[in-house]
Design a protein around this ligand. Structure first.
Ligand code: PEP
Length: 245
């Protein structure tokens, strides 16, 4: 890997309890002793209920905390059950995942994603903007047109993009154990970067990353890091992935 910083973002999805924070002890210890940790950035995105306890636990470590979603409105208001970006920031989050395919599948539109990204940037959160095609779209050779559309609509009227990370997550690779062929992934990441002018964004890959396939994935030299779902719930697997990269 030739990148200066590699990003490892743990997406705990709707898993975890106060008790599971104990599992981070291993991760904290590992990063304390791991000399190379200066070239890695680690971000944990737990469910909202764990953001603040996790933030407190990780405060004196280089590991940062992020959220998995947000409401589009940065202000307070009558939106029962929602959490805005100001609240996330206040709880200790530095990042927020937006546009995850599990939320897109639940009806989250490109337009809503665009509003959420704007809100997150205003709140000074860094955004992990997820894009990716479905299996049918891939079979119909629509990968590039889908991700172009998602980037264009998601980042509409956003001039300053320095706090935006792109996470390329093909929907068919999430939680399936299947990862794209190295050549395809290299081309798609290159294509994503070609959509930006000036300073290129960091582009991460996500979808079934685990300690077994990381040896191949790490060879794809235009990837700036990984968004890791299932495997991040095990500290051992997560550490293994970082160690091998
Ligand atoms: C994800 O949820 O963003 C993800 C990549 O999940 P998994 O690693 O389990 O495929």
């Amino acid at each position: 890997m030739t990148n200066k910083y590699m990003y490892f973002i743990a997406n705990w999805k709707m898993f975890g309890s106060l008790n599971s924070l104990k599992s981070l002890d291993k991760v904290i210890k590992f990063f304390k002793n791991f000399k190379k940790n200066t070239s890695n950035k680690i971000i944990y995105c737990p469910p909202s209920t764990l953001i603040n306890p996790m933030f407190k636990k990780l405060k004196k470590t280089p590991i940062q905390v992020g959220a998995q979603n947000c409401h589009e409105n940065q202000n307070y208001g009558a939106f029962t059950g929602s959490i805005n970006t100001t609240m996330l920031k206040n709880a200790g989050a530095k990042y927020v995942i937006i546009g995850h395919s599990e939320n897109r599948q639940d009806g989250e539109t490109d337009k809503l994603i665009n509003l959420k990204i704007k809100s997150a940037l205003k709140a000074k959160l860094k955004v992990i903007f997820c894009i990716g095609e479905t299996l049918i779209e891939k079979r119909n050779k629509k990968t590039n047109s889908i991700i172009s559309k998602q980037i264009k609509a998601g980042l509409k009227n956003i001039k300053k993009k320095s706090n935006i990370f792109i996470a390329y997550e093909p929907v068919w690779a999430i939680g399936t154990g299947i990862v794209p062929k190295s050549d395809d992934l290299l081309k798609t990441i290159k294509f994503i970067k070609s959509k930006f002018k000036g300073k290129l964004p960091k582009v991460l890959y996500g979808g079934s990353v685990d300690p077994k396939n990381i040896n191949n994935l790490k060879k794809i030299n235009n990837i700036d890091g990984f968004l890791i779902g299932g495997a991040s719930q095990s500290s051992k697997k997560f550490i293994d992935i970082v160690k091998k990269t």
